[in-house]
Design a binder for this molecule. Structure first.
Ligand SMILES: [Zn+2]
Length: 217
């Protein structure tokens, strides 16, 4: 997809304060301070990384797909996108991106969507909504279902057709591609590394991602 604008980072993984590999199907939370840099690496390619952000000092202020799309006048996320909150303020800014396009309209998979999109017998399958809830339960602070607004799907390709329909298409990412963002305030990161086995976005093969944080310099 050469039409996408790629922006590389100069940060070295060896200097990161946090460097973890998150297997597919697992959730993760991380607190960021203003100025921290957060990178997600698509280790094997075409993984979907379902992600939410909250104001670390007031979790009632959280990522808003609507405010983000409205602020930039574009439905896809890439370098320069300010990830806006429900209060219309930037939580983070994407500062590097070697994938080129990320989705924020497709939503997270759930037991319900697995049945509607694929088959009734997919109801029991592991899904992002459950991973989000499990990670929030471990994090504590009383967060739960009411704290799951529409999310970002990093590395996921969900083109919108001229007729306005969503299509779950083959991925546009590849092994080692990454997206990097700067926290603009205290931020809580919530990730579900998607376990989905029914979607061509990840070639029906969910894979691990690498998560890095560099403290503000
Ligand atoms: Zn999912």
């Amino acid at each position: 997809m050469s039409s996408f604008r790629m922006t590389e980072s100069r940060l070295e993984p060896a200097a990161a304060a946090v460097d973890v590999t998150l297997p597919a199907g697992q959730g993760w939370t991380q607190e960021l301070a203003p100025g921290d840099i957060f990178r997600i690496v698509d280790l094997e390619g075409n993984q979907a990384v379902d992600t939410l952000f909250f104001n670390g000092r007031d979790i009632d202020e959280r990522y808003s797909a609507t405010e983000t799309i409205r602020a930039q006048g574009n439905i896809y996320l890439t370098t320069g996108t300010r990830l806006m909150s429900s209060e219309g303020r930037p939580l983070l800014t994407i500062v590097a991106d070697t994938c080129g396009r990320h989705d924020t309209v497709g939503g997270a998979c759930s037991a319900e969507s697995n049945q509607v999109r694929y088959a009734l017998d997919k109801q029991h399958m592991h899904n992002c909504r459950d991973s989000f809830l499990l990670a929030l339960a471990r994090y504590g602070h009383g967060m739960g279902k009411r704290d799951l607004p529409n999310n970002i799907n990093f590395f996921m390709n969900v083109p919108v057709t001229p007729g306005g329909e969503l299509t779950f298409a083959d991925g546009v990412s590849g092994p080692g591609r990454y997206v990097e963002m700067r926290a603009e305030r205290d931020v809580l990161v919530l990730i579900s590394n998607c376990p989905q086995l029914n979607n061509p976005c990840n070639a029906y093969n969910p894979t691990p991602v690498r998560l890095l944080v560099w403290p503000k310099v």
